[in-house]
Design a protein around this ligand. Structure first.
Ligand SMILES: Nc1ncnc2c1ncn2[C@@H]1O[C@H](COP(=O)(O)OP(=O)(O)OP(=O)(O)O)[C@@H](O)[C@H]1O
Ligand SMILES: [Mg+2]
Length: 200
């Protein structure tokens, strides 16, 4: 299973989603090999993993510094492994290659008009892969959130029913193994369910 987390926009929770999702998968399937492939030259996921290790609180999965040349090799190495690819903002070549290697594409976005415009920019790169937009850092029960959901629904865009709220324990997780998080556990369930059914 190969999952990429993409959005051309920066700061929309790509790395946070990659790390929390890999952690939930490790909690659910402790014996499975789980690899977070860091395709972002900024190396945020790698740095997070290293700091967690230094803090004596290591990730329960591997983080591999990777690039588009290595990706196919990583994908072929172990068919049973789960590979989650964290991607950089802006770099359309890297984003395209990550998407093409994937079984499922997660497009995190915040609930704001400007951010949604970057979702429209990102979606055409996803051709045959299953995908879903994930609303993150959301303030629950706000008009902005409801409007964002309505816009996605009007446009027929596939999205996770689960909304990841703005949470202090998510913001402060950097440098440590992420805590179990119910929203990300639900995101994982939804994605595994969709992959099992093979429908978008
Ligand atoms: N649900 C959340 N609640 C609170 N803070 C969050 C949440 N999700 C992400 N953040 C915070 O938002 C910031 C940006 O998140 P992150 O680094 O994951 O984004 P990104 O899309 O990977 O950014 P970049 O494009 O620079 O790689 C971080 O400070 C992170 O801690
Ligand atoms: Mg990032």
């Amino acid at each position: 299973m190969i999952v990429s987390v993409v959005n051309t926009k920066g700061g929309v929770s790509k790395t946070t989603t990659s790390v929390f999702l890999a952690n939930e998968l490790a909690l659910r399937e402790p014996d499975r090999e789980i690899i977070l492939a860091d395709l972002d030259k900024q190396g945020s996921a790698t740095e997070w993993a290293d700091r967690a290790q230094d803090n004596g609180d290591p990730f329960p999965f591997r983080v591999e510094v990777s690039n588009i040349k290595r990706l196919p090799r990583l994908a072929q190495s172990d068919a049973e492994a789960a590979i989650i690819i964290d991607t950089p903002p802006g770099d359309s070549t890297v984003i395209q290659n990550a998407i093409e290697a994937s079984d499922f594409v997660i497009v995190p976005t915040q609930a704001a008009g400007l951010d949604l415009s970057r979702v429209w920019e990102t979606l055409p790169a996803i051709t045959t892969q299953m995908y879903a937009v994930l609303i993150t850092s959301a303030r629950l029960n706000t008009k902005l959130l409801n409007d964002t959901i309505a816009t996605l629904e009007d446009q027929g865009i596939s999205r996770f029913d689960t909304i990841v709220p703005l949470r202090e324990h998510i913001r402060t997780a950097y440098g440590f193994r992420p805590p179990h998080d119910g929203a990300y556990a639900d995101v994982l369930n939804e994605m595994l369910e969709a992959l099992k059914e093979g429908v978008e």
